[in-house]
Design a protein around this ligand. Sequence first.
Ligand code: 7TS
Length: 405
Amino acid sequence: MRLDEITRPDFPILERIVNDRPLVYLDSAASSQKPRTVLEAMTRYYERSHANVHRSIHTLGEEATELYETARDRVQRFIGAGAREEVVLTRGTTDGLNLVADAIAHTLRRGDEILITEMEHHSNVIPWQMAARLAGATVRAIPITADGLLDLTAFQPLLGQRTRVVAFTHVSNVLGTITPVAEICRLARAAGAVTVVDGAQAAPHMPLDMPSLGCDFYVFSSHKILGPTGIGVLWGRREVLERLEPTRGGGEMIKEVWIDRAQWNDLPWRFEPGTPPIAEAVGLTAAIEYLEKVGMERIQEHGRELTARCMAALAAVPGVTVYGPRRPEQRGAVVAFSVAGLHPHDVAALLDAEGIAVRAGHHCAQPLMRCLGVVGTSRVSFSVFNSPEEVDRLATAVAGLSSAL
Ligand code: 7TS
């Protein structure tokens, strides 16, 4: 049986009729839909076990703490992290990147350099600009090639003695490009720079193994891996995480407090002040269990097949340009495209009228749009439940738009 045939019944939202048609949801890169097990786990938690965590001795308090900490264990296994202390639960990718950038900002000096890439999501651009402004440091970008790959020959000369951070995406949310994480991290480490990888678009689609990636920090969001919104993951290599000063204070991140000073709590809690997203952690556990049951290798293969089919079908439509690397093996499960003579927003609105949900616009990657010389693109993105027939329905609809011009 095909993967989508197995998984489709697990997603209640796919029963929706949109504009008189069965929903074709091709916007999982913005946020994925949730399987019933995730929804049920969260409801069950609120109905039976809710209390605050890490503080109450009573039964519910202990159950909630156990459930919250179980999420950390599941994440640890899911990403191949060496220790649970290395897993910080955040509010999402943006939150994790801000956490790391804020903490690193205090260690930067005037004239230091932060290297990002031309294809970053704004959430891996702005926090570094803010850190640089505080410290008098500079943000520079590794360029991309005409094929939408990272230009590694340009990377080496950019990597200098003043480079303190190399922050880059694992998979581009527009081009789909998979970057050579291990190679970049090896070069960056040799130059003495800390590496921060934005895994928002990689975590939903490929098996992850922190040791083999070789980075110092890795971040992603639960809501893109079939889990709830409001929670995410920051993994940090223990030695590096230990040296990082927390920049957010409050309850639970301390061991002992005096009026004028405090002693920080152990890892990872020193980076988790306040009441955390507990029900969301329960949902994240259920999402990871779902993904592991299906198998990340199988999910990756399914994504590749749909991506290859989609690229070929769209490229065959007159007036359509498909962006990013040509080989499906070099890509995650997103396909950005444009239709000559139509604004990307009009493409999305016309497709929506046929029940097909795609995203259009700059995709929070304006520097990349400038490189591509476009105001925006339309973008389809896949998940475990998408079918080849849905790809064909999209391609037929796009061909209809193009021929109507
Ligand atoms: N990094 C990448 C590569 C992303 O794709 C996104 C979200 C983020 C960071 C931010 O994640 P958040 O969960 O903190 O919001 N990307 C998209 C997108 O492509 N369309 O909508 C959101």
